[in-house]
Structures are given as structure tokens and as C-alpha cells.
Write a protein that binds this ligand. Structure first.
Ligand code: SAM
Length: 276
């Protein structure tokens, strides 16, 4: 009989966050697949657990995934961990889950530490509807396309970011969503220097002119106001697009700017502008 794949979340900063069930699953698994075996070995030593470790990360996921699959099909149980937080969320695991699911293997996820949910819950911004955007690409074109697609997004948006890229990202978010949009910068969650900075995008840009970003960040950004709340109709939007085109902007840029200023959907505006 085939074994199983367990997704085991690990602490994002506070070792006390490892649950009894995570510990037990690691103890009972036949082997552990880890993003960085050195990082996971430290945790296992702390928990006093000795288990065979195999490496499963971004650059060996195909070959390693296949070997893990074969072992599970042969009856072994695998526990997958990443360096910190929930496997498969901006971390290796997504492909392994898909591979196991495709091969009829039961996959079970144990709930636990996850930076996105921890940040959202303390952000002070609306939590009812949200969208997780992960890391923005470092490729300029994909990054811009990603941000453009979010113009007019009304749900709270959540991004992961590394400290050395933070100031650049804050500037790009400000250009995309406007200076007054609210943001909660959730830093060093569950750690000694945990901090939540609740401000506007411009406020955050200004703050980091004085300070160097330090530690790990989750950025929680308020969604756009509904167009009705801002009082703009599609007709208003189209008039604004026409005015901007007359002033020399391309149709695409005119639509993009108008969507940003009014909260109207960029795609709907674009379709309407094409029919003019
Ligand atoms: N799978 C993990 C999860 O969902 O918790 C996330 C892994 S991702 C490679 C790492 C990113 O998560 C960091 O760059 C940061 O944006 C965020 N992160 C992880 N731990 C954090 C913490 N303690 N405080 C704030 N952000 C954190």
C-alpha cells in the first residue's frame, strides 16, 4: 500500500510555535524532505528527532520529486518541511503536492505557522477578502505586468519581500496604487523585534528614507475603493481616458492612469475605450 505525504509547517521565528502534531508527524514519518537540510537539521536537533533527510528544493525538484514519489508509492511516509513556515506557500512543495495528487497519493497538510496569515490578521486592514501575491518578480517587465493587473483590485493584497528590495518595492507600489493607499508593514513576526508599521504607501517610502529595512517583511496593502464609493461611473472614466489621449498619452497608458485614479477596472475601461 502507498504511503502518504504530510506537509509540516515549521516556526517562522519562534520555536515555541511547533505544534504537538507537527512534532509527532516528523517523528512518525519514514523520511523528511527538506528545502535546506542544514536548516531543518537544526530544528530536528532542537526537537530531538533523528530521521533520514532528503533535499527537495527549487533546483532539484524534478529529480528529487520523482525519487520521493517512488518511495511513497513503495509504502513510505514522507514529511515535507521548508526552511520556515508552510511548505508550498512561496516555498518548494507546490509541485510535489501536484505530483503526489496526480499519482493518487494522499496529501495531508498540518495547519501551522504561515507568514501571510499571521501578517493579515494583525494588519488592521480588511481581512474578509484578500489576495496573496507572493514575491514580485525582479524582472522589470513581469513586475510591471503584475502590478498593472492589480490596479483596481479591491481585495486586501499581501506581498512577501526581502529587506534589501523593500524600498524599491514600496516605490513601485506607490506608483501603482497611489501615495495615500494604506499599508501595514509586518516585520519579524513572532520574533523578538516583531513590529507592525501601519501607514500609507508614501508614509512608508518616507520612513525608509530615514531607516534601513531590517529583517523579514510581509506587506499588507489596502485594496482599491469600489468605483461607486469613489463616485466614478464608467462614463466618467471614459471621458478621462479621452482627455488623457488628447493630452498625448497612449490609449494603454491613459486607461492605466484612469483606472488608478478612479478605481474602475482597467480591463473594463480598456474594452470600453476600444469601442469608442
Ligand atoms: N512558506 C513561508 C510561509 O508562508 O510562511 C514563506 C516562505 S518565503 C520563501 C519567505 C518570506 O516569508 C520572507 O521573505 C518574508 O516575506 C516572509 N516571512 C517569513 N517569515 C517571516 C517573519 N517572521 N516575519 C515577516 N515575514 C516573514
Amino acid at each position: 500500500m502507498a504511503g502518504m505525504l504530510y506537509l509540516v509547517p515549521t516556526p517562522i521565528g519562534n520555536l515555541g510555535d511547533i505544534s504537538q502534531r507537527c512534532r509527532q508527524t516528523l517523528e512518525e514519518a519514514d523520511f523528511i524532505a527538506a528545502e535546506d537540510t542544514r536548516v531543518s537539521l537544526k530544528l530536528l536537533n532542537h526537537l530531538n528527532i533523528k530521521k533520514p533527510l532528503v533535499s527537495y528544493y527549487e533546483h532539484n525538484r524534478e529529480a528529487s520529486g520523482q525519487k520521493i514519489l517512488e518511495r511513497i508509492l513503495a509504502g513510505e511516509t514522507c514529511a515535507l518541511v521548508s526552511d520556515a513556515g508552510s511548505p508550498a506557500i512561496s516555498d518548494p512543495g507546490e509541485d510535489l503536492v501536484a505530483l503526489c495528487a496526480k499519482n493518487g497519493i494522499t496529501v495531508s497538510a498540518i495547519p501551522g505557522p504561515c507568514a501571510v496569515i499571521t501578517a493579515l490578521s494583525i494588519s488592521g486592514l480588511p481581512t474578509g477578502r484578500f489576495t496573496f501575491e507572493g514575491f514580485l518578480s525582479t524582472n522589470k517587465k513581469s513586475r510591471q505586468e503584475h502590478l498593472d493587473a492589480l490596479i483596481g483590485e479591491q481585495r486586501t493584497m499581501i506581498f512577501y519581500e526581502a529587506p534589501h528590495k523593500l524600498t524599491n518595492t514600496l516605490q513601485d507600489l506607490t506608483s501603482a496604487f497611489g501615495a495615500q493607499r494604506r499599508i501595514s508593514l509586518c516585520r519579524e513576526l513572532t520574533k523578538l523585534h516583531e513590529e507592525v508599521i501601519r501607514t500609507t504607501l508614501q508614509g512608508a517610502v518616507d520612513y525608509y528614507k530615514e531607516q534601513s529595512p531590517r529583517g523579514e517583511y510581509v506587506l499588507v496593502v489596502e485594496g482599491a475603493q469600489a468605483p461607486e464609493e469613489q463616485g466614478f461611473t464608467m462614463e466618467d472614466g471614459l471621458l478621462m481616458v479621452q482627455k488623457k489621449i488628447a493630452e498625448g498619452l497612449s490609449r494603454k497608458d491613459a486607461v492605466k492612469q484612469t483606472a488608478k485614479e478612479t478605481g474602475l477596472s482597467k480591463n473594463e475601461l480598456y474594452d470600453a475605450a476600444m469601442k469608442l
